[in-house]
Design a protein around this ligand. Structure first.
Ligand code: M6R
Length: 611
């Protein structure tokens, strides 16, 4: 969703802001803009569309790009008001002296707007954000920090903001409540951003603001205060992602790069987490002793999108491997339906970004009800990681493509490790634990084998790219895998794709099947295969073309399908991993064949920070 970058220091601000915006592009946006304070002037430039359109608009501002100074910039994903130049950020107060960029939603903006209009203020945009600039101007008596703090007190809702003023060259005021802000510490310069990806080119040392924090940032000083205006100290965190991790390298798209990174990202997720001597997993971030673990009587998993699908696999793992009763909930449903959480309930929020609004709310609900919360996140220092207090990082590196691939597979692997640990804490024998540990360690190799099939998967995808509707079916652990495969295809290729439990087809959806509705059947040679063979026959009888994922060397399914994608042999718990990689490749090549914008699909955002 929206992204913020700000810079103060001796270098020219505009190129740094533009580079930062480009690194935030993956979050999804529909307009962009920047404001720079230099030579005693506040200049703003905005454009609808992509950052390169903003660069084109900059051509009309001769000399601005070379000016050193301080500035803020923003990519906007429209919520209040259509994507348009007036609605794009930054927003200036009416006098043009103060500029703000804002992520989040101001819930009482209409009331504030009426109040300001009553005082003669004219608004240029339909956004909820513009009130912030005008309230700061109204409160301003020579101190930008004090005026911003006074304004924030009037706001209901969420914000990550950055503020500059022509009267305070070289100074940025930034604050957060519910929407992340991270300060990048440079040498003789400092940066502000909503996401560390925008800072990597300049620094690895960052400070994450806590909710309620407000900071004054200049080139050589960072002054942090809490909600009560009391100076506070915040830890300096080191980012261990390298720049290459956030660049495409030789790949045409981030999504393809991230699919191909999976053998390494899964190795990273496993590294140091298996104890062969005990046939178990060691997850340090859990912070629970074996005795405390043994008291867990129930697990509730919450997440959205791909993270929800990973959670559904977690349910199979925790119940089957560890024997712990588990349920999975869409995080938005969890937060609003008053779930039962007991002291011995382990709540596992799953989120790649750690910033998904519904999942954050689920964490708060679970914590308020006294559950033991351990989060699975990829982004270090993200809101969920910090609020949960304990958890397990995925170590997948930055996932730039909007469609989740490597984060999903790492979530599944970490859930397997989690189930192994819980299983050994209960009914799983050491030898069974050791067997599962070996299977988990073999996953990167299995995925390498699937990646070698990419040319063949591309050839199949090219032939199916003309269809407009797809069904994905699976059973057991391959049921959530089918849901994930359908989600991948629909989000990046805009093909209508539905994932179903294979048994559910004949309870309704089968009425749609004909030669225009291909079925992608997950028919790996694991328990349940015989049943899915029956389901494939039902689809064939209705003339649906069938692409089957099968286990290499298993000829039993081949003759009843139009096309097959082969997966190396593996157990039912492991099968989702190589299978989902094949489905990611299939979705990717279909989207490319249809000329879709793979990394930034229309209407989608990388992290969904609104309800
Ligand atoms: O960052 P999160 O894991 O919390 O994000 C959840 C979903 O928004 C995300 O998985 C989304 O469904 C992806 N676009 C799927 O590819």
């Amino acid at each position: 969703m929206c992204g913020i970058i700000g810079y103060t220091g001796p270098r020219a601000a505009v190129p740094i802001l533009i580079d930062g915006l480009k690194r935030l592009e993956y979050r999804g946006y529909d307009s962009a803009g920047l404001a720079v304070v230099a030579d005693g002037r506040l200049s703003e430039v905005k454009a609808v569309g992509k950052v390169h359109q903003l660069e084109e608009a900059l051509a009309a501002h001769a000399g601005l790009e070379e000016k050193s100074g301080c500035g803020i910039a923003h990519t906007r994903w429209a919520t209040h008001g259509a994507p348009s130049t007036p609605n794009a950020h930054p927003h200036l107060d009416e006098s043009g002296q103060i500029a703000i960029v804002h992520n989040g939603i101001i819930e009482n903006y209409q009331e504030l707007r009426r109040y300001l209009e009553g005082k003669g203020c004219h608004f240029r945009s339909q956004t909820d954000s513009e009130v912030i600039a005008n309230l700061i101007a109204e409160a301003y008596e020579g101190d930008l920090l004090a005026a911003t703090a006074a304004t924030l007190e009037q706001l209901n809702g969420t914000y990550g903001i950055a503020v500059v003023s022509v009267r305070h060259p070289g100074l940025i005021v930034t604050a957060r409540k519910g929407s992340p802000i991270v300060i990048g510490i440079g040498k003789g310069e400092n940066l502000v951003a909503s996401d560390v990806a925008a800072l990597l080119a300049h620094t690895r040392e960052v400070i994450y603001l806590d909710d309620g924090d407000i900071a004054v940032v200049t080139a050589d000083r960072i002054d942090l205060r809490n909600v009560k205006n009391v100076p506070v100290e915040r830890e300096i965190a080191k980012i261990d992602w390298d720049m290459g991790a956030a660049e495409k390298g030789n790949f045409p798209h981030f999504m393809l790069k991230e699919i191909f990174e999976q053998p390494e990202t899964i190795e990273n997720a496993i590294r140091g987490r298996i104890d062969h001597s005990m046939g178990t997993a060691v997850l340090a971030g859990m912070n629970l002793s074996p005795r405390e673990l043994a008291t867990i009587s129930r697990i509730v998993i919450a997440g959205c999108g791909s993270s929800l699908h990973a959670g559904m696999l977690g349910e199979y793992y925790f119940e089957d491997i560890a024997g712990v009763s588990t349920s999975v909930e869409q995080a938005a449903e969890f937060r609003y339906r008053n779930p039962i959480i007991e002291p011995n309930t382990l709540v596992i929020p799953i989120s790649q970004s750690g910033e998904t609004a519904d999942t954050i709310a689920a964490v708060r609900e679970a914590s308020a009800k006294g559950g033991v919360v351990t989060a699975l996140c990829n982004v270090v220092g993200s809101t969920i990681a910090r609020e949960a207090g304990r958890g397990i990082y995925l170590h997948a590196g930055p996932e730039i493509s909007v469609a989740s691939t490597k984060a999903f597979s790492s979530q599944v692997v970490v859930l397997l490790l989690y189930a192994l640990m819980l299983g050994r804490n209960r009914r799983l024998s050491r030898s069974d634990g050791e067997e599962l540990a070996r299977e988990i360690e073999a996953v990167p190799g299995l995925i390498r084998e699937v990646l070698r099939e990419a040319p063949k998967i591309k050839e199949i995808a090219d032939r199916y790219a003309r269809f407009e509707d797809f069904f994905f079916i699976g059973r057991g652990c391959l049921y959530p895998t089918a849901l994930e495969g359908a989600l991948k295809l629909k989000e990046i290729s805009y093909i209508h794709a539905e994932g179903y439990h294979a048994a559910e087809l004949k309870h309704g959806p089968i009425s749609l099947l004909d030669e225009r509705h291909p079925v992608l059947a997950l028919a790996n040679d694991i328990p349940g295969k015989d049943k899915i063979i029956g389901n494939i026959q039902e689809c064939r009888a209705r003339k649906s073309p069938v692409v089957a994922v099968v286990t290499r060397g298993d000829s039993s399914v081949v003759k009843m399908t139009d096309d097959v994608i082969e997966i190396p042999p593996c157990s039912r718990f492991i099968a989702p991993l190589p299978t989902v990689v094949a489905l990611q490749l299939f979705a990717y090549y279909v989207a490319v064949a249809r000329g879709c914008e793979v990394d930034q699909p229309r209407n989608l955002a990388k992290s969904v920070t609104v309800e």
